[in-house]
Write a protein that binds this ligand. Sequence first.
Ligand code: UN1
Length: 499
Amino acid sequence: MATTQTKSFHNLIGGEWVDAASGETFESTSPADGETIGVFPRSGAEDVDRAVEAAKAAFEEWRLVPAPKRGEILFRLARILEREKPALTELMTHEMGKVRAEAGGDVQEAIDITYYMAGEGRRLFGQTTPSELPNKWNMSVRAPIGVVGAITPWNFPVAIPSWKLIPALVCGNTVVLKPAMDTPALAVRFVELAAEAGVPAGVVNLVHGGGGTVGERLVRHPDVRVISVTGSRETGVAVLRAGADTLKHVHLELGGKNAIIVMDDADLDLAVDGIVWSAFGTSGQRCTAASRVIVHEKVYDTLEKRLVDAAERLRLGPGWEEDTDVGPVINRAALEKIHSYTQIGKDEGAKLLTGGEVATEGDLARGFYYRPTIFGDVDPQMRIAQEEIFGPTTALIRVRDLDEAIRVANGISYGLSSSIFTRDVNAAFRAMRDLEAGITYVNAGTIGAEVHLPFGGTKDTGNGHREAGQAALDLFTEWKSIYVDYSGRLQRAQIDTAD
Ligand code: UN1
């Protein structure tokens, strides 16, 4: 319960920190121990409208700030994020629950993309190309689009907002951010730091609240030109539909059901480390998490035993304690969903090898902890091998050879990350070519994408976009092709070129 000491936070609209028009609020609490983090505005359509208006007005100036200057502000932000990394990390262990090393990694990912995109301020390359006509100049330039609506999840509460905001800003757009209701304090810190770096009032706006109210209004608002969402498949489909009426650019980053293939010639020590890290890191709450492990029958029994041993050695606890390996999951609903999949797996006839229960001993009872869970002898068609669980649960599937491994890996609706452990260069290259996923790792797990490469997936993981890397520039700019005719006469393309 909130006490009189509970800190109140606000929306940021046009440079002013304000409450929701309705005056309503919600609380953010720690999944680790129930501690109250703060009270936040429960905003509605009216608040979104004001934020969009502020962003639209700010766009008229921000788009004209030279891109290298925008980049300089972002370089300043990167340095401020470095300064604040310890404090953001600590806050993240409390508000989101991930363990300290991973919380630091989340902030580092924001630092990395901010430096990377700040440099884009002096590139943002277009093309120049010859004209088919004499005395005529052709080029294409990237133009900012306008107001961007960013709807971000709780699992990477600093990194994912930065993947969306930082490229949007360097390209000259303005933003309205709707962060997840589970991690609003981290979003407040992030936009505060952007303001400290010199991002002008109205260029970044923050509106707290739910998907059905704030998110819905953002997606339908006629003045929001781009919507970038990371979330579930269901959310993505709803956003795409709702964005259709105003023909928005909709960028969707959705689920995953990522597989690690372990071949019979793999370095098993390395494979065990990669699987444990990818399946149980962030308590399995990454869209890149390895929730399937496809194992060659010759090494299946050995690997199964070693994975169970490794999983049982993992220590559950709050993220801020140094010896914690696995933190809590985000909230009670998540805990219940994850546990329901354990029942589904059992009902389907999969063998529960370890875990499969809520952990409640001692102080763990105050938070939402789930034991690292491994199912063996899983059939590729079972629901636990097809549906995204988003928790510390993974499914072992036995296969006879590489062909079957790749077929099983691809036999799902999602296509985000994928991995193969093998020492056979031919097998590795086959996997690199044939795995249907936006990301493939060789001799590493499914998590750990770096910010200067495209991030995203195929099939139901998205709608064809990629964030991060150069690909992010395509999300936040429109191409403009420019023709300058300096011949002093009418020259008709495709017609006056005939002779
Ligand atoms: C996500 O889970 O939505 O590759 C993002 C990774 C991280 C990003 C994950 N760099 O696991």
